[in-house]
Write a protein that binds this ligand. Structure first.
Ligand SMILES: [Mn+2]
Length: 265
């Protein structure tokens, strides 16, 4: 019996199946946790999403920015770009089931002593803030006004966390932080432009996990989203997007011993 955590699949269903074969994944015994961005950019978003939903007794996932983008395109007022490749999901006969399933997925998972999130956790957030903020967004995603909510959520503002933000501003910040964070300031001010490795941070910023006084620095955190990360040697920090969609690798990490299994894509 093993728990495996898998980084960004982005519709690379064939790579996922090859990786599951490589780790001898068993639906009878093992559990899979997907770290978000299960859809988009690759050519089999539909198969990937169906696999996760059909096997939901053995699979869990957190929402990534691409998963959220799909929801915003279907239910919100966002138009897909010509780089988006999820029309297979939108046109599927089981689309409404799959999209409802996606809208019900969490922004983070706490399992044993580990936290899983798509992009990162602001350095100044404690576990209670993470939980309450993620749950606040999830309640909106499950409400009757999903369309209205998603239409208001596609925004870079506010860049910085503050307790006195309005509820909708808190949701905007939380979505951007948990699903898009790479570089930020110690107060959680987000930076959205740069995607290079952590040791090339833009002036005034650091990778979110590099802050000395980060509140959750003694908790194991598994995340995806940042495919250019290399040589991160930070206790309790496990970057798992190894760039499958960009010709890199798809990787699974076994929770019990932190062993990583990778497959060239
Ligand atoms: Mn992402």
């Amino acid at each position: 019996m093993a728990d495996y955590l898998i980084g960004d699949i982005q519709g690379c269903y064939d790579s996922l199946q090859a990786l599951l074969k490589k780790i001898n994944f068993s639906l009878d015994k093992d559990q899979l946790f997907f770290l978000g961005d299960v859809v988009n950019r690759g050519d089999k978003s539909l198969e990937t999403l169906r696999f996760i939903r059909d096997n939901s007794d053995n699979t869990s996932m957190v929402l990534g920015n691409h998963d959220f983008h799909l929801l915003a395109c279907v239910f919100g007022s966002i138009r897909p770009s010509n780089k988006d490749t999820f029309t297979d999901v939108i046109n599927a006969k089981d689309a409404s089931l799959l999209l409802e399933f996606l809208a019900n997925q969490p922004l983070f998972i706490q399992h044993q002593d580990a936290l899983m999130v798509h992009a990162g956790i602001p350095p100044n957030w404690d576990l209670n803030t993470l939980k309450s903020q993620a749950q606040q967004v999830q309640a909106h995603l499950q409400s009757d006004d999903l369309s209205g909510f998603l239409s208001k959520m596609y925004n870079n503002n506010p860049y910085t966390w503050a307790e006195d933000l309005s509820e909708l501003e808190q949701c905007q910040y939380t979505i951007n932080a948990l699903m898009r964070l790479r570089f930020c300031k110690a107060n959680g001010e987000l930076e959205f432009k740069h995607k290079m490795n952590f040791n090339q941070a833009p002036s005034g910023y650091k990778a979110w996990f590099e802050y000395e006084n980060r509140v959750l620095k003694n908790t194991d955190i598994f995340f995806g989203h940042w495919s250019t990360l290399e040589n991160v040697n930070q206790a309790h920090i496990y970057p798992m997007d190894h760039g499958c969609i960009w010709g890199g690798e798809l990787s699974a990490i076994r929770l019990s011993d932190k062993r990583i299994f990778s497959l060239k894509c």
